[in-house]
Design a protein around this ligand. Structure first.
Ligand code: ISE
Length: 346
C-alpha cells in the first residue's frame, strides 16, 4: 500500500507537486486535494483520481491521507501546519513555514512539546536538494578553498507574484538564500543588513533589486542580490570565495542557440524548470523517510525558525537605514538540530 498524500493549495507549487508526485515519485499516491477555488479543486481531483476535499481541515482529517503537502498562500501555512501537528500527520510545508518568526517559534515549540522521536514538520527549502548546491557544499567541506571569506549570491525572478512587497521579497524569495547560506557554510547567520539602489523615479516600491549582507558566526560575509521583476530571465547563482581559491555553482545545462550572428542560451521563465530535479529529490526523500519511519534530511521547523529570525533582522535593517542588525535568537530550549547538521542529502 503506497503512502496517501494530501495536497493543500493547487496554485503554481501545489499543481507542480501534484504532477511530480503523479509522474515520478515511487511509493506514494495523491489521495486528496483541496483548494479555495472549487473548479481548480475539482479539476485536480479528476486529473489525479483523488478525493476533492472542501477544506484543508477536511483533507488533514481524511483517513486516506497519511501525509500532507501545504502549498497554500503563505498566510495560511501556520494554521494548516498546526492542524497537521494536532492530527499527528507528517507535513511538508512550502517555505516560508510562516511569515513571522513568532509563528514559526510557536509551531516549532508545539511540535517539540510532543516529544516525538522524529519531527512531523518538514519545510520546502528545496535548494538543499539541488545538485549544484550539493556539489558546492562538498567542495567547501573538502577544505580546498581554505577559510571561506565571501559568498556572492544572485536570485532574479522574472515577474512579481500578486501581493509582492519590499518585505515579502525578503520573507518569500531571499528566504532561500538565507537558508542555503547557513547550510552551505555550516555556520549560523548572526548579523544582517539591507540595501537598495536609490535611483530617482524608481518604477517600483519593492526597491528591486535588493542587496542583503549576511554575516555568519564564522565571520564569512554573504552578499545577496534579490529581485522579482528582472524581465530578462530567471537566474540563480552562488560563488564562494576562500583564502585559497573560489568555487561557483554550475548552471543547469541549456541549449546554445546560434542565429543572426549571435550565440545565446535560453533562460528559464521561472524557478520550476531550474529546480525540477531538486523538487523531485526532496519529495522522494520526504515520502521515503515517512514510509521507513526514519528521520529525514529535509529542512526542519528549527531551520525554518532560524531563517525567519534572520529575515526579521533583514527587515529591521530595511526599516532602519540599512544598519547592520544582529539576529536575535530566543533561548532554543527544544532545538533538536543546529544548522547544517543534517546528514548529507541523498
Ligand atoms: C518562490 O516562492 C520560490 O520558492 C522560488 O524558488 C523563488 O525563486 C521565488 O522567488 C519565490 O517567490
Amino acid at each position: 500500500m503506497t503512502l496517501g498524500i494530501g495536497i493543500i493549495g493547487l496554485g503554481v507549487m501545489g499543481a507542480d507537486h501534484a504532477e511530480t508526485l503523479a509522474s515520478c515519485i515511487s511509493g506514494a499516491h495523491i489521495a486528496a486535494v483541496t483548494d479555495l477555488d472549487s473548479e481548480r479543486r475539482a479539476g485536480a481531483a479528476e486529473r489525479h483520481r483523488a478525493r476533492g476535499q472542501a477544506t484543508a481541515d477536511d483533507l488533514i482529517a481524511d483517513p486516506t491521507v497519511d501525509a500532507v503537502i501545504i502549498a497554500s498562500h503563505d498566510s495560511a501555512h501556520a494554521a494548516q501546519v498546526e492542524q497537521c501537528i494536532r492530527q499527528g500527520k507528517p507535513v511538508l510545508c512550502e517555505k516560508p513555514l510562516a511569515p513571522s518568526a513568532e509563528e514559526c517559534l510557536r509551531l516549532r515549540d508545539m511540535e517539540a512539546d510532543l516529544g516525538l522521536e522524529r519531527p512531523l514538520v518538514s519545510v520546502g527549502f528545496m535548494r538543499r536538494f539541488h545538485e549544484p548546491y550539493r556539489q558546492l557544499r562538498e567542495t567547501l567541506r573538502s577544505g580546498d578553498l581554505g577559510r571561506l571569506v565571501l559568498l556572492h549570491e544572485v536570485h532574479r525572478n522574472v515577474r512579481a507574484y500578486p501581493g509582492t512587497s519590499a518585505s515579502s521579497i525578503v520573507t518569500n524569495s531571499a528566504i532561500h538564500e538565507i537558508d542555503i547560506t547557513a547550510w552551505l557554510l555550516d555556520s549560523p547567520i548572526v548579523e544582517a543588513s539591507w540595501h537598495a539602489p536609490r535611483l530617482p523615479d524608481s518604477p517600483s516600491d519593492w526597491h528591486a533589486p535588493q542587496l542583503i549582507h549576511l554575516r555568519t558566526a564564522a565571520g564569512t560575509l554573504a552578499s545577496v542580490e534579490v529581485s522579482v521583476d528582472y524581465r530578462a530571465g530567471y537566474y540563480v547563482h552562488c560563488e564562494v570565495v576562500g583564502e585559497n581559491g573560489s568555487a561557483r555553482m554550475a548552471q543547469p545545462p541549456a541549449a546554445h542557440l546560434t542565429s543572426n550572428l549571435k550565440e545565446s542560451t535560453r533562460l528559464a521563465p521561472d524557478w520550476r524548470p531550474v529546480f525540477a530535479d531538486a523538487y523531485r529529490r526532496e519529495l522522494q526523500e520526504w515520502t521515503d523517510s515517512i514510509a521507513a519511519d526514519r528521520s529525514t534530511t529535509l529542512a526542519s521547523a528549527d531551520d525554518a525558525l532560524d531563517a525567519a529570525l534572520v529575515a526579521e533582522a533583514v527587515l529591521a535593517s530595511m526599516n532602519n537605514e540599512g544598519v547592520p542588525t544582529p539576529v536575535r535568537r530566543p533561548e532554543l530550549a527544544n532545538t533538536r538540530a543546529t544548522k547544517g547538521t543534517n546528514s548529507d542529502v541523498k
